[in-house]
Design a protein. Structure first.
Length: 133
């Protein structure tokens, strides 16, 4: 499986079959998300809904994406890495569960995680590498 994920944009001496893993704490959309559970490329992250309601937690179930290394116009090099789905991928690779949408948002998130993990097992767990289509 290593060659499926190999970063073809990296110099030959720096190619790795393994992307840099997504962190357990991710800051995005003005929130801090913490990993709750991960099964292969599927994961649940949680975040506080509001600083004024610390007991209110939202959950996001995601399919972790893999992106090839690239150089930004600023010269910053982004490594071959796992990434959180973008907003445009929401509804396909990312799903949000809150007390407003579900009676028990964590239970609903866990059910979605199991569904995504099942799809992943059926497809032999190969993650989509951005730019490889």
């Amino acid at each position: 499986m290593g060659t499926l994920l190999e970063d073809k944009n990296a110099p030959q001496s720096k190619r790795s079959p393994f992307p840099k893993p997504l962190k357990e704490t991710v800051e995005t959309n003005k929130r801090v998300y913490r990993l709750v559970q991960r099964v292969g490329q599927a994961a649940i992250y949680s975040a506080q809904v509001s600083p004024f309601a610390p007991q209110a937690t939202m959950y996001e179930v995601i399919m972790i994406r893999v992106e090839r290394s690239k150089v930004l116009p600023s010269g910053t090099v982004l490594p071959f890495r796992e990434v959180y789905p973008s907003l445009r991928d929401w509804g396909k690779y990312g799903f949000t569960y809150t007390a407003n949408s579900h009676r028990d948002p964590l239970q609903a998130a866990r059910a979605k995680l199991e569904e995504l993990a099942g799809v992943q097992r059926a497809s032999r767990g190969t993650p989509y590498v951005s730019g490889s289509r």
